[in-house]
Design a protein around this ligand. Structure first.
Ligand SMILES: C[S@@+](CC[C@H](N)C(=O)[O-])C[C@H]1O[C@@H](n2cnc3c(N)ncnc32)[C@H](O)[C@@H]1O
Length: 259
């Protein structure tokens, strides 16, 4: 399914024209950028760190690799990748790993700069402002492609998946971390109660922005389930497509290879 510019799409629970969505999403992340890292910890009780650590376990970063972290925001995944791949002796490695964070939102990129400016891996990290649907990178550029909590914000998810395939070299690894669908009814109920009541309230109290956090939880509900999303990854040409539920399906890691 491809969303053309004049078709409708979802922005949370609202139906909007596809051409409007990127601007609305940009507004959300412009607004939350300054409090983004703090809010992630508060909303998830720190669990997002465990999920990202699992993503990095599955990626198994190695020196010499090139990562493209799309919708990379303030840089959790790219920074974690460089720390694991290069260790402390990053400047002494002959061919250290490198990472490119590509995010459509300048404010989110800027909010992460201070986190890496003085780090030993600073020279291996590049930030570029760009759209997941048309990455400003050449074919076969990367050994690994990651997108964490980003793809549900993209207007045309299939276009983003095609771009992931294009920028990976043959043998490259695709890993997507996204909120997903709890696997038991009890868990879904508890999760609904928590997320619809607590998260917008936290957004209002901490970030003075209830609407952006309301969008966040609504966009999670609109994202396809685990099997449906895996099928879309397969459809663009990826092989060995699999997924792993995290915290009972509250989030899921979707993995695949470009063979
Ligand atoms: C929830 S944040 C995730 C940030 C980071 N990956 C993390 O896990 O902490 C979603 C990010 O997706 C970015 N984004 C939204 N639409 C995008 C698009 N079409 N292309 C690239 N980035 C996009 C936003 O600017 C935002 O930084």
């Amino acid at each position: 399914m491809t969303q053309r510019d004049n078709s409708d799409t979802s922005f949370g629970f609202r139906t909007v024209e596809a051409s409007e969505k990127a601007g609305l999403v940009r507004g959300v992340f412009d607004s939350v950028a300054g409090q983004y890292d703090l809010m992630n910890d508060l909303m998830s009780g720190g669990v997002h760190r465990i999920w990202k650590s699992t993503l990095l376990d599955r990626l198994a970063p190695q020196p010499g690799q090139i990562l493209v972290d799309v919708a990379g925001g303030t840089g959790d995944v790219a920074i974690g990748f460089l720390k694991r791949a290069n260790g402390r002796a990053s400047s002494e490695l002959k061919s250290p790993a490198s990472a490119v964070i590509c995010d459509i939102n300048y404010e989110m990129l800027a909010a992460g700069i201070a986190r890496s400016a003085a780090a030993p891996f600073a020279s291996q990290l590049t930030r570029i402002c760009g759209d997941a649907q048309s990455l400003p990178l050449e074919d076969g550029h990367a050994d690994a492609y990651t997108i964490a909590f980003g793809i549900r914000n993209v207007t045309d998810i299939d276009a983003a998946l095609r771009e992931a395939y294009r920028v990976l070299r043959p043998g490259g690894h695709f890993v997507c971390l996204e909120f997903s669908h709890p696997i038991t009814e009890g868990m879904q109920k508890a999760y609904d109660a928590y997320s619809f009541k607590v998260i917008p309230w936290l957004g209002e109290v901490v970030a003075n922005d209830r609407a952006s956090y309301q969008y966040l939880i609504e966009s999670i509900r609109k994202f396809p389930g685990q099997e449906a999303f895996a099928a879309r990854i397969r459809k663009v040409g990826f092989s060995r497509v699999s997924y792993e539920n995290l915290t009972g399906g509250v989030a899921a890691l979707h993995m695949a290879w470009r063979i």
